[in-house]
Design a protein around this ligand. Sequence first.
Ligand SMILES: [Zn+2]
Length: 343
Amino acid sequence: MSIPSVALPSFPTDGAGRPNRRPLAREGIIVRKLGVRPQRTLRHETIIEGPGLLSGRHVRLRLKPAPVNTGHVFVRVDLPNPAVIPARASLVTDTHRRTTLGLLPHGVTLVEHVLSALHGLGLDNCYIEVDGPEPPGLDGSSWSFAEAIRAVGTLPQRARRTIWTVREPLSVHAGSASITFQPAERDELRVSYLLDYGPGSPIEKQRHSLLITPETYFRDLAPCRTFLLENEAYELHRAGVGLHLTPADLLVFGKKGIIDNVPRFPNEPARHKILDILGDFALFGRDIRGHIIACRSGHPLNTELVRRLLDQLPRPRRLMPESTSIPSSMMSANIAASRCRLN
Ligand SMILES: [Zn+2]
């Protein structure tokens, strides 16, 4: 979750905060396979709990090992008929300030921080059981998710995962915000972010660039908390959101800087934006290598770029994504219906 302090320049949306999809010129498939690697899951299950960031209601989230080709799958265990919600771009229903999968109240929102930890630490298959409509908010970062995953460890599995890159840059723009996926020059993923909320903003212009590995993710991104402006915090409180939170619980920027808190890095907001990008790119459901370069982008542009990448996959892959083997016993009617719309 991150909240821009300056409204993005106007661009057409579909009413759910997503940019309207302009037809992408198909001058050939621009993605290409770079290689394969063994899939990974958790060694053991682990539980993380605490108040939801939005509701303040206590939530228990259980990360469980999953079979090969499952992908990351949320399971709403608090519902009489547990809803099974695969973490896929085709199931994104809202990207305003956070990423939501499925339709609330049966879906799950603010999925990006836990997905970021799974993606950043190299996990491919995981059940994410949660007894509410949002994961625990914790301190607004991915630290507790990452720490829990590192504590139980991960295991290689007997199936491979394809690594993809692009043959040429693929970009999505909205006004002065943009996100571009550059081809891989070597077998690595780098993410760079320029945060610029304009002159006079209490959040100063900053950037960060990081080669993503499980080690750099854990050390340099996972601790970075979500952030917002003081007036935005007041607005959310007035709307009944995050009533249990104080400025000491998140990074809140007032006119004189951060209120009642100490930054963990001088450019913690820019790092958190990279954390969010990795969470949204988990919705691609496949590994990528290359360089993601983002300027002022948020969840709408991040998820739009993921959709465009999915559009570029060879058609047989699009019809049979690598992450489809959800046990039928876990399928609920709403998700069985939604799978018909998979990219
Ligand atoms: Zn975030």
